[in-house]
Ligand binder design. Structure first.
Ligand SMILES: Nc1ncnc2c1ncn2[C@@H]1O[C@H](COP(=O)(O)OP(=O)(O)OP(=O)(O)O)[C@@H](O)[C@H]1O
Ligand SMILES: [Mg+2]
Length: 352
């Protein structure tokens, strides 16, 4: 039986699920859905680790500041390949987001937090997530594997005795998992995802045209005219950058066929991760997938033709989850609502 104090506390503190992503961080609150969705970016004083605005130059605010005072500040993305690469800055970012969501309720106690993590991370990487969340003000912290969160968020029959498959293509990692009976049967996590697609475009521009373009331009090209397979009409786009020989600004027109060609290698690596995982599945599970197909989540699921290319490589039906960018965060919130039932899926819990 919870004590009166515990019950009071549970009324006033918010339980939150956090999708701490390489590109975007989302926070979902039990019973409310997604309440925060911001880029995983922090503005720091150039050349230092000092977060600007008393630790508040985070997310959208950081992006806004960057546009206004570009000379003296730089943007840092504290996660790389799905894991924390800068501990202090991740902590500052989490503290800001947790405080923003928990707000005035914070004096009642620290929030219970479920954080999703890639399935392939090491103990040291897990510890880094736990430590930063704890120092950022979280009370109880639970770690939940991203494919599980994505599957729940995408509405897959996760707890039923039938296999389903999720492919979460994020910015830093692609997580592939086959699940049945509320458990992961086979999974694979590769550090090839959206960021690598952007890099492939940057390197294509360098090699083919001696032209330097920035990460944001590369991402824009990918989103506007990029594709994994020929679907729909081919288009073109004007691209601006700097000529590597003359050092001067330059513009040119890029075609969608050419971008598809440039994306072939990282897209191939993602498709291979899917086929490798399928090859490792027990025949019974594989048989279920003929019926249930593959579901795609994460921002990378929005790349044109990615469903078609995975479908032709596997012979299975492929569908993109509804609102794939928020599937993991929505999954953490649903998980929180059913925490007693699904507790067995927790990776670790600071309270145990
Ligand atoms: N329409 C689109 N077409 C192609 N890619 C897209 C589109 N929209 C977003 N993306 C890409 O999706 C990626 C971000 O997805 P998401 O927010 O799921 O990643 P993340 O959760 O932050 O990363 P990770 O899970 O790897 O830590 C970025 O690489 C972004 O460029
Ligand atoms: Mg993600």
């Amino acid at each position: 039986m919870p004590t009166v104090l515990e019950r009071l506390r549970s009324w006033f503190t918010v339980d939150m699920g956090i999708d701490l992503g390489t590109c975007n961080t989302l926070v979902a609150v039990r019973g409310e859905g997604i309440v925060l969705n911001e880029p995983s970016v922090v503005a720091v004083k150039k050349g230092t680790n000092e977060v600007l605005n008393n630790g508040a130059a985070v997310g959208w605010m950081a992006k806004e500041m960057l546009g206004k005072t570009p000379g003296s500040i730089s943007a840092v993305r504290p996660l790389k390949d799905g894991v924390i690469s800068d501990f202090e800055i991740t902590e500052a970012m989490l503290a800001y987001f947790i405080h923003k969501v928990n707000g005035r309720a914070s004096w009642f106690g620290k929030p219970r937090v479920v954080i999703s993590i890639p399935s392939g991370i090491t103990e040291v990487e897990k510890r880094a997530v736990l430590d930063s969340a704890e120092r950022a003000g979280a009370g109880r912290i639970y770690l939940l594997e991203e494919p599980v969160a994505a599957a729940i968020g995408a509405g897959l029959p996760f707890v039923e005795p039938t296999a389903s498959m999720i492919v979460d293509i994020g910015g830093g990692t692609t997580e592939v998992a086959i699940m049945s009976l509320a458990d992961i049967a086979v999974c694979e996590s590769v550090r090839v995802a959206g960021d690598d697609l952007d890099e492939a475009i940057i390197s294509h521009m360098k090699k083919t045209y001696n032209m330097m373009i920035g990460e944001q331009s590369a991402e824009r090209i990918k989103i506007e005219i990029g594709s994994a397979a020929p679907v729909g009409e081919e288009t073109t786009m004007e691209v601006r950058g700097r000529d590597m020989v003359s050092g001067l600004p330059r513009k040119m027109v890029l075609s969608s066929e050419e971008v598809r060609e440039a994306l072939q290698e990282p897209v191939g690596a993602i498709v291979e991760a899917v086929t490798r995982t399928l090859e490792r599945a027990e025949p019974e599970l594989a048989a279920d997938l003929v019926e249930n197909g593959i579901t795609l989540a994460g921002g990378g699921a929005l790349l044109r033709g990615i469903d078609a290319i995975i479908s032709s490589a596997t012979g299975l039906d492929v569908r993109v989850a509804e609102d794939p960018l928020t599937a993991v965060a929505r999954g953490t919130a649903i998980f929180l609502e059913n925490i007693e039932k699904l507790k067995g899926n927790l990776q670790s819990d600071t309270d145990i």
